[in-house]
Design a protein around this ligand. Structure first.
Ligand SMILES: [Zn+2]
Length: 112
């Protein structure tokens, strides 16, 4: 599992991809805030049932902004080496009880 990459999607959401609903289950790494020099923001960890393999997969998710948005992720399915990873669209399950408020960013000043 990759813990050190920001949750910025690599590609724009594609409507033909399956949609997976996710729940915020924890907090992840701090990253430099792209729009606020001198500040860092903390990422959330989301968990979802994979539409391809049925297993639970975890990804990073940027808190704040439109928590109704949809992003695209590469699935973390256990695949033979060299097999291309499928993609899915991810949205927060608005009916789920998240461990933090999806609409509120968690910020701090940089330590140096
Ligand atoms: Zn999977």
């Amino acid at each position: 599992m990759t813990e050190s990459t920001p949750s910025t999607p690599a590609v724009e959401p594609q409507p033909e991809l399956p949609l997976a609903l996710a729940k915020i289950v924890g907090l992840g790494s701090w990253f430099r805030h792209p729009d606020r020099p001198g500040w860092e923001r903390r990422e959330a960890r989301i968990e979802l049932a994979c539409p391809y393999c049925g297993e639970l997969h975890r990804h990073g998710w940027t808190l704040g902004g439109a928590h109704t948005r949809t992003e695209t992720r590469l699935a973390h399915c256990q695949l033979p080496a060299g097999e291309p990873r499928p993609q899915y669209r991810v949205a927060l399950d608005l009916a789920a009880r998240h461990v933090v408020d999806p609409g509120q960013p968690i910020l701090r000043r940089c330590r140096r």
